[in-house]
Design a protein around this ligand. Structure first.
Ligand SMILES: NC(=O)c1ccc[n+]([C@@H]2O[C@H](COP(=O)([O-])OP(=O)(O)OC[C@H]3O[C@@H](n4cnc5c(N)ncnc54)[C@H](OP(=O)(O)O)[C@@H]3O)[C@@H](O)[C@H]2O)c1
Length: 268
């Protein structure tokens, strides 16, 4: 029997490397059992064996290609039916280096399938189970790029804007039902994602690139503080609050019976 029945099980997508593998390590040390999801089964098995040796976590591996609808559905079913799962880390994602006009649309579709469609299905399945049980947490890994859309390619940036928006609305839908929701918005973090997308992380000034351990530890500190949105490098949280307040100030004028004066046709 598991010793980790209090925390329950964390299902981590993209657990075979980078941010997901680092969360696996930290969550195991925090007393979670783990369900590790990614395509590379041998890397997952190696990580699982290491964590079984170094922590008391029960660790299971579930090989899935989350661009494949039937694999997504299998993970979804697990989230719906396994009451031991208390945390979903929606982390698997890919980047691209292509401008939209030059993009390979098959690659674009795979990115959308992974970063948006799979993430949405898994969040929905987890939300259903967690709301029914009045307990659980959903952590979605977004990015800071929606804050600087002019400086990064369209498809990746828009996919992460989707993750942020989904998280904010999902929180409004379920946070009063005992479910914690968090969007993590990392800046550039030293992982394989850059090389996989044909980019060189070393092209960034070193002071802009965070070590993955520091990034995940900060994200978990934000989780412990029950933050809805965590930007690991943002020193002054008042800056984020000001951004949210500026958005909320638009509220009273976003949907009105009449167009604004500057859009009125002269003489009409
Ligand atoms: N690193 C950064 O600078 C940074 C910044 C902001 C946000 N993020 C976000 O952080 C998340 C994790 O990325 P990372 O930086 O840790 O990169 P990474 O090391 O490349 O990890 C990506 C993970 O996703 C998995 N994955 C990729 N395609 C998959 C598929 N079709 N089905 C299932 N799993 C798949 C990979 O495993 P397999 O290859 O074994 O399937 C891997 O475990 C992503 O959502 C990324 O957008 C990263």
């Amino acid at each position: 029997m598991s010793t980790n029945t209090i925390q329950g099980t964390a299902l981590i997508t993209g657990a075979s490397s980078g941010i997901g593998a680092t969360y696996a390590n930290r969550l195991a040390k925090r007393g979670y059992d783990l369900l590790l999801v990614a395509r590379d089964q041998s890397r997952l098995e190696t990580l699982a064996a290491d964590l079984r040796k170094t922590t008391s976590a029960k660790v299971e591996v579930l090989k899935a290609d989350l661009t494949d609808a039937s694999d997504v559905s299998a993970v979804e079913q697990r989230l719906r039916n396994d009451a031991s799962i208390t945390l979903l880390l929606n982390n698997a994602g890919v980047a691209t280096n292509s401008a939209l006009a030059e993009a390979d649309l098959n690659e674009v579709d795979r990115l959308i399938q992974l970063n948006i469609v799979a993430l949405t299905h898994l969040a929905s399945a987890a939300a259903a189970g967690f709301v029914a049980r009045g307990r659980g947490a959903i952590v979605n890994i977004a990015s800071v790029v929606p804050m600087i859309p002019e400086r990064f390619n369209a498809v990746y940036t828009a996919s992460k804007a989707y993750v942020l928006s989904l998280t904010q609305s999902l929180n409004a839908e379920i946070s009063d039902k005992g479910v914690q929701v968090q969007a993590v918005m990392p800046g550039a973090t030293r992982t394989e994602i850059w090389e996989r997308a044909g980019m060189d992380i070393n092209a960034f000034p070193a002071e802009m690139v965070m070590d993955v351990n520091e990034m995940v530890d900060a994200a978990l500190a934000g989780f412990d503080q029950k933050e809805l949105v965590t930007i690991p490098s943002l020193a002054n949280v008042a800056d984020w609050d000001a951004f949210v307040n500026a958005r909320l100030a638009l509220g009273p004028n976003l949907s009105l019976q009449h167009a604004a004066a500057r859009y009125k046709t002269p003489g009409a």
